[in-house]
Design a binder for this molecule. Structure first.
Ligand SMILES: [Zn+2]
Length: 210
């Protein structure tokens, strides 16, 4: 009898489950939208920044396959990701409002886009004289991640999908989405349910006041 080949019985590698709540429409296709949506706001004034600490930033990158699982990030790495997120959010907001984006945000995304050099750069110090060295491995990982995210932001902003970008209509949510149909206003069923519940409550209390 023929043995099952090892290839056929091998389990496919499990895709990592993204950290954070279910992705907003569009964020499954655009990593930059996912990045923009990583600073969460919930009712009752509760916030959660998925890039708030080096450990949470590491998890965010690893589950998006932008860093190897064993990567160790530092404060400065998480700070660079948050800075890129601020720039991407400014660009998405400008696109939604149909205004020219702040030049600073465009510069920040362009700097990130070109931040993945593979070249060993020239260094020069008094003891060693001139020498070439690669960036620190963690810097290389973060440079690569922000270059991918920035390129994705540039793609999203110039794609037809950009015309369907919208901020979630459920306060205090700060997420953006790419509308799947014209009437879609919310990033998630949770946000939609919250707005519908608030409207129903408003109608009930209005009814009592009449
Ligand atoms: Zn929302």
């Amino acid at each position: 009898m023929k043995e099952t080949s090892p290839a056929a019985s091998a389990e496919p590698a499990a895709r990592p489950v993204p950290s954070g709540p279910p992705l907003a429409p569009g964020a499954e296709r655009y990593l930059s939208l996912d990045l923009a949506n990583s600073d969460l706001a919930f009712p009752g004034g509760r916030d959660e920044d998925l890039l708030g600490t080096p450990e949470s930033a590491r998890e965010w990158l690893v589950t998006r396959e932008l860093a190897p699982a064993q990567a160790v990030l530092y404060d400065v790495c998480a700070g660079r990701l948050r800075a890129l997120r601020d720039a991407v959010r400014a660009l998405l907001s400008a696109r939604v409002e149909e205004v020219v984006a702040p030049a600073e945000a465009v510069r920040a995304v362009n700097a990130a886009l070109t931040s993945a050099p593979s070249a060993a750069l020239l260094h020069w110090d008094g003891e060693r004289g001139p020498y070439r060295a690669q960036a620190h491995p963690i810097d290389q990982i973060v440079n690569h991640a922000i270059a991918v995210l920035a390129a994705d932001a540039a793609d999203l902003l110039t794609a037809p999908d950009a015309a369907r970008l919208t901020p979630c209509g459920a306060t205090p949510c700060r997420r953006f989405l790419v509308r799947t149909h014209a009437s879609r206003q919310w990033c998630s069923t949770r946000c939609g349910d919250r707005v519908r519940a608030a409207r129903a409550y408003a109608r009930r209390t209005q009814g009592k006041a009449d």
